[in-house]
Design a protein around this ligand. Structure first.
Ligand SMILES: Nc1ncnc2c1ncn2[C@@H]1O[C@H](COP(=O)(O)OP(=O)(O)O)[C@@H](O)[C@H]1O
Ligand SMILES: [Mg+2]
Length: 309
């Protein structure tokens, strides 16, 4: 068991502040992710989530600290780490198979054309795009383009998959379908995933662990929430799971209140190197109580015999 497959060690991001000095977006961030874990990061806009992801991707260097993946410090982009952005970032002049094939050929430079096509097709099928291989990105819907992005990321067998709000630009129905597919693929292949979202329900459905970031500037990791729901949860029955409301309320409470106040009300002895692991458990009703049925009033029938009177 490799508990530190991804090890974020004391990273900070600072920018020159307008008018001199520096602004610290976040600092002293520590986090460990195990191999095969699906981790979601939740936090308000501006707290530095994309910056953390870019550092993991090797697209940006941290101002301080280091990130180690599978025993190697990140020093730049690598095909070991695939990124799925909010926008799909496809090559507009290449077809679906051209886009996926390009990634495959960058990974396996000596592969034959037939091998590349075969592999690209396999991943295009996997995300449900069979029959669309020759279309250009402009001919696809937003959801289909994002599927190409997912196929491209998976096709290179990355050690980790990094996703920055990958479904936020999609309509609810497409978002749901793609969440289902990403979950199915990642659980069946044991893919390690680091995903940013601001959607609480998305995090509960997908993640094994949910990292809570406080508001920026000087954002920090407040805690890591262990998802108490069973691994075989399903979208249409998830709200009936015993701990569903407990975990959902915990996340919503964090976003509406604690994300703002955490830094000022930090528990004594809080150690940023070891953010606490929290497992919300429910004492709340699993289902809302059934509405009370109107009870038919029984009106006493006057006694024919007129007994009492
Ligand atoms: N190149 C930059 N120069 C100055 N500030 C930046 C730069 N890039 C990002 N920031 C600031 O860093 C903060 C965090 O940005 P970002 O990582 O995109 O946050 P998030 O993804 O959580 O919304 C924001 O306040 C943003 O304005
Ligand atoms: Mg962002």
């Amino acid at each position: 068991m490799n508990e530190r497959f991804i090890s974020i060690e004391g990273i900070a991001r600072r920018y020159p502040a307008p008018g001199g000095g520096t602004t610290t977006i976040f600092e002293d961030l520590w986090l460990a992710v195990a191999r095969g874990e699906f981790v979601c990061v939740i936090g308000h806009s501006g707290c530095g989530k994309t910056s953390v992801l870019n550092i993991l991707a090797g697209l940006e260097a941290p101002s301080e600290g280091v990130v180690v993946v599978d025993g190697q410090a990140i020093e730049g982009p690598s095909l070991d780490r695939a990124v799925i952005f909010q926008g799909h970032a496809l090559l507009p002049w290449r077809s679906v198979i051209g886009n996926v094939g390009y990634a495959v050929s960058s990974r396996w430079r000596k592969a034959s054309r037939a091998e590349i096509e075969e592999r690209a097709k396999r991943f295009i099928d996997l995300v449900g795009l069979k029959g669309n291989e020759l279309k250009k990105p402009a001919e696809l819907s937003g959801g289909m383009r994002q599927r190409v992005g997912i196929a491209r990321a998976l096709s290179i067998e990355p050690k980790i998959m990094l996703m920055d709000e990958p479904f936020s630009a999609l309509d609810a129905l497409t978002r749901g379908t793609l969440q289902d597919e990403v979950r199915r693929i990642c659980t069946s292949t044991g893919q390690t995933v680091f995903m940013i979202t601001h959607d609480v329900d998305e995090a509960i459905y997908l993640a094994d662990k949910i990292v809570l970031m406080t508001n920026g500037p000087q954002a920090m990791i407040a805690e890591v929430v262990e998802n108490p729901l069973p691994k075989d949860r399903a979208r249409d029955t998830i709200h009936r799971e015993g701990d569903y409301y407990a975990v959902r309320n915990h996340l919503v409470d964090f976003l509406v209140a604690r994300s703002k106040t955490f830094r000022d009300e930090m528990p004594a002895g809080y150690d940023q190197r070891k953010p606490p692991l929290v497992r919300p458990a429910g004492s709340l009703p699993v289902e809302p109580a059934a509405p009370e049925r109107p009870v038919a009033k029984t009106i006493p029938f006057p006694s024919v015999a007129g007994g009492r009177d």
